[in-house]
Design a protein around this ligand. Structure first.
Ligand code: AOF
Ligand code: ZN
Length: 372
């Protein structure tokens, strides 16, 4: 039955692509994709993805599109259909009620409310269930759901840019231009697929970035911007503060941060949160991420610069690294260059696997993924 496996893979790829379209929008839920197919002629009867804010679930959307045609159909879905009663009834029950004959599911949902119960319920009702097609890609796409269920925190995807001799920036002076226009577009796409963008206050002070998605047609996909700023040094004139009414900005400060700047920032529409600090007085990274987890955040895209990247790696909080390497050498005196990678990040990368390599314009891109 090699043919049927090839078909299952093909339609699961469709379902995975559907789900990925809503990465960055579906939180606090995973961005699931679903495709209903007529097994007789392989016609697609309906597609769906988890909707912005997490509801309706993907299966319900696909079933709604297919209507009565779902009877006898095969459903491809990138995560186990839920079995719990949430804001509406369980997807497993909707699938059974629609008369779906076969479900091909990429991976079990680790959520203890579901964890095998969705598949079990389908089988009990006489639905044929095949699990595991596309599992590797599904685990990647749902990585934030997995870390949130397992560790109570979002997954961290780290972006790094370096010159070909490993420099990420200048100690002082104008910003070092490392990568080209094509990389900029690619980074904006990566931003759009995240729930929040994370940066340290030093990046805000040095570059005054706006950290939004500025791709034509995708401006509405800008994630929440989160700044780690222990002493609340973010200036009220910073871009991320000035346009906080349009794209939300959250600042995570240490408990001992002064109150006066908080009032000014809050007046500008910024939400200030406080967490305990580490030995150096900075917001405790694991606690900051836990806090984001309680807010429903599943995917963090970190553009915070080398110091934050190194600290995240040291705390073993990095799931994925996108490393862009530009074509030029650092043009300044060696002692003026900030190294892109510290020892913890190097060790972390050594233990990761490379899942993608290629070029983006004149830059090289490698994507590394944590193995366990
Ligand atoms: C599905 N299909 O498209 C998604 C699922 O709060 P609720 O009721 O929306 O349930 C959230 C949980 O449902 C979430 O934590 C995850 O386990 C699962 N997500 N399940 O059947 C979907 N997004
Ligand atoms: Zn569901």
């Amino acid at each position: 039955m090699a043919d049927s496996l090839a078909l299952d893979r093909r339609f699961m790829r469709d379902a995975l692509a559907m789900g990925r379209r809503n990465l960055g929008l579906a939180w606090p839920n995973p961005a699931v994709g679903a495709v209903l197919v007529d097994p007789r002629n392989h016609a697609i009867l309906g597609r769906g993805a988890t909707q912005p804010g997490g509801r309706p679930h993907a299966e319900v959307v696909a079933l709604g599109r297919a209507g009565a045609a779902a009877r006898g159909a095969t459903l491809y879905v990138t995560l186990e259909p839920c079995s719990h009663v949430g804001r509406t009834g369980p997807c497993a029950d909707a699938i059974i009620a629609a008369g779906v004959a076969r479900v091909v599911s990429a991976i079990e949902d680790p959520n203890p409310l579901v964890a095998g119960l969705g598949h079990g319920r389908l089988r009990e009702a006489g639905v044929e269930v095949l699990i595991g097609v596309g599992a590797e890609q599904a685990r990647r796409d749902h990585i934030g759901h997995f870390t949130r269920v397992r560790d109570g925190r979002p997954a961290v995807l780290l972006k790094l840019a370096q010159t070909c001799d490993g420099v990420a920036g200048r100690r002082q002076g104008p910003r070092l231009m490392i990568t080209g226009q094509e990389t900029r577009a690619r980074v904006h796409l990566m931003r759009a697929r995240a729930d929040v963008i994370l940066a340290g206050v030093n990046t805000i002070l040095a570059d005054d970035p706006d950290l939004t998605v500025r791709l034509p047609g995708m401006e509405a996909m800008s994630p929440v911007r989160v700044v780690l700023d222990s002493m609340l040094r973010t200036p009220p004139a910073a871009r991320i503060v000035q346009d906080a009414g349009r794209v939300p900005t959250w600042i995570i400060a240490a408990e001992h941060a002064p109150v006066a700047p908080e009032i000014a920032l809050a007046r500008a529409g910024v939400e200030v949160m406080r967490v305990g600090s580490d030995a150096d007085g900075r917001p405790h990274l694991a606690m900051a991420l836990q806090l984001l987890g309680t807010r429903g955040v599943t995917r963090v895209f970190c553009e915070g610069g080398p110091a934050l990247a190194e600290a995240l790696a040291a705390a073993r909080l990095v799931e994925e690294v996108a490393l862009f390497t530009g074509p030029s050498h650092f043009d300044g005196p060696p002692d003026q260059g900030v190294a892109a990678m510290g020892p913890h990040l190097r060790t972390a990368l050594d233990a990761m696997c490379v899942v993608e390599t290629g070029t983006v314009g004149d830059d090289a891109l490698q994507i590394f993924e944590r193995v366990n």
